[in-house]
Design a protein around this ligand. Structure first.
Ligand code: NAD
Length: 253
């Protein structure tokens, strides 16, 4: 029970990494507010979760008023906010030349402005609770990824926002870190394979796996274990950290 009685807000919680984090936190005694724009997926994801341990709220992170409303509802239901996990994010494929203005703006609005909105509205409450923030960055934040121009730019911003907030609020007792995962096997990856490589799924799956020196993709539950450490008192001495959760990609590839 590493998070007993803590109140956590997790964005992008209807699927993949965000859902794994939300379920892990609930199993560790937290009250979790699962935030996602996909109401149907949110409903399905929480169907078997014990009532009273969570709140599922539909919200598009790009809309500041919706974000503010999530935090108002969180406070009204659970009384405080101790943990914020900014996880909602989208990807896009392309070099700088073939990234459209629309694609660039969309990725930046979700991945960067979405994080900004939650930080902006949650920080006053996190100061009160001496809380903690975990942002979902990526190996793209530090390395840049081929043919992921907009995504790399957006995750670079998530890394910088992490450092900036960690500096500005360390004296207020608020910690802020980010995780930089390599490929994690989520529904997003499954959908990508189905859509782009229906006849070569296994081959591409193997290629994606071998990209990590450890020889496989990560699992959402493994990311959730790391998130638990960074959002619990076990990491009380850690802030302004960008943790390479990457099967060795960043440092030994
Ligand atoms: P996913 O697609 O399985 O889940 C993302 C969730 O975010 C979805 O439920 C989606 O509905 C929600 N979402 C998207 N846009 C939203 C918006 N505007 N408002 C509210 N909710 C929104 O993705 P995932 O693979 O679990 O990725 C989660 C995070 O981890 C993302 O930020 C992603 O960039 C990052 N990440 C993923 C990987 C990976 O390989 N899967 C690697 C590194 C980083």
């Amino acid at each position: 029970m590493m998070l007993k009685g803590k109140v956590a807000v997790v964005t992008g919680a209807a699927s993949g990494i965000g859902l794994a984090i939300a379920l892990k936190f609930i199993s560790e005694g937290a009250y979790v507010v699962l935030v996602d724009m996909d109401a149907k997926a949110l409903d399905e994801a929480t169907r078997n979760v014990k009532a009273g341990t969570f709140l599922a709220l539909e919200c598009n992170v790009t809309q500041p008023e919706e974000v503010e409303n999530v935090l108002i509802q969180t406070l009204s239901r659970f009384g405080s906010i101790d943990i914020l996990v900014n996880n909602a994010g989208i990807a896009s494929v392309g070099t700088v030349e073939n990234t459209s203005f629309d694609d660039f703006n969309k990725v930046m609005t979700v991945n960067v402005s979405g994080v900004f909105h939650f930080l902006k509205y949650a920080i006053p409450h996190l100061i009160t609770s001496k809380g903690v923030i975990l942002n979902m960055a990526s190996i793209a934040s530090k390395l840049g990824l081929s043919e992921r121009f907009a995504y790399s730019a957006s995750k670079g911003a998530v890394l910088s926002m992490t450092y900036s907030v960690a500096k500005d609020y360390v004296s207020h007792g608020v910690r802020c870190n980010c995780l930089c995962p390599a490929r994690i096997y989520t529904p997003f990856v499954e959908g990508y394979l189905d859509k782009n490589y229906p006849d070569a799924k296994q081959e591409i799956f193997d290629t994606l796996s071998q990209y990590q020196p450890i020889g496989r993709m990560g699992k959402p539950e493994e990311v959730a274990d790391a998130a638990l450490f960074f959002c619990s008192d076990k990491s009380g001495f850690v802030t302004g950290n960008a943790f390479d959760f990457d099967g060795g990609v960043t440092n030994i590839r």
